[in-house]
Design a protein around this ligand. Structure first.
Ligand code: C5P
Length: 227
């Protein structure tokens, strides 16, 4: 059987990773969460006082890029790969609001993108990969066999992210989450390097009113048509 490359892009908190993980597990493919990599670089920048809500010392981060070692390690208990930053599991630390509020600034830095895109391409070399992010179908794998662009209303997305954070025990307000989702969409869409945009040949899925099962089946049908 032929293995394909599946690129899933879209706005923040559209549920890309949920459906990407399910599809990867079903097909026996590798799932790569490219957003986790940008989050891990942001965590490094926070830990090394390179960025805060008030300042961003971009050059200091650029100079330190060679000291940032990222890798994914599969956690069989969870059924997906977790993010490691310099040998430390940062899966939880990269999902906080503090990181969400800074990550788009870091991700707009071309030098950061160059490093991460290189790594992402390596991970996709052997095909049989589902990768989600903002520029997977446009920049990382412009030749991907199947490209999906996920959308949903900002309210729907913020509600989902809010419920997720609450479940984890994070003390956040709905307004704060909504603002973060809107701010990230704005920065991600308007940056110069690799802005978030639907690839010409991507299939758009608005999942505002789709159940997880509906989404999974919609994507699986597209996969079957592609293979
Ligand atoms: O996917 P997630 O919401 O975790 O991504 C966090 C942030 O990382 C995005 O808001 C965006 O700024 C950045 N990102 C990116 N390119 C990708 C994946 C994520 O710029 N391929």
């Amino acid at each position: 059987t032929t293995k394909i490359t599946i690129a899933i892009d879209g706005y923040s908190s559209t549920g890309k990773s949920t459906v990407a993980k399910q599809i990867a597990n079903y097909l026996g493919y590798v799932y790569v969460d490219s957003g986790a990599m940008y989050r891990a670089v942001t965590l490094y920048a926070v830990q090394n006082n390179m960025i805060s809500p008030e300042h961003f010392n971009k050059q200091k981060l650029i100079d330190a890029l060679d000291d940032i070692h990222l890798f994914f390690k599969f956690n069989p208990k969870k059924g997906f790969a977790e993010m490691y930053l310099n040998d430390k599991n940062v899966e939880k630390a990269i999902r906080t609001m503090a990181i969400s509020n800074l990550v788009s600034k870091v991700a707009a830095t071309p030098e950061v993108r160059k490093k991460l895109v290189q790594y992402q391409r390596q991970m996709g070399e052997n095909e049989g990969v589902v990768m989600d992010g903002r520029d997977i179908g446009t920049v990382v794998f412009p030749e991907a066999d199947l490209k999906i662009f996920m959308t949903a209303s900002a309210e729907t997305r913020a509600r989902r992210r809010y419920d997720e954070l609450k479940e984890r025990g994070d003390d956040v307000s709905f307004e704060e989450v909504l603002k973060n989702v809107q701010d990230r969409d704005h920065i991600d869409t308007n940056r110069k390097d690799s802005p978030l945009i639907k690839a010409e040949d991507a299939v758009e899925i608005d999942n505002s009113n789709l159940s997880l099962e509906d989404q999974f089946n919609t994507v699986l049908n597209l996969v079957k048509k592609t293979i």
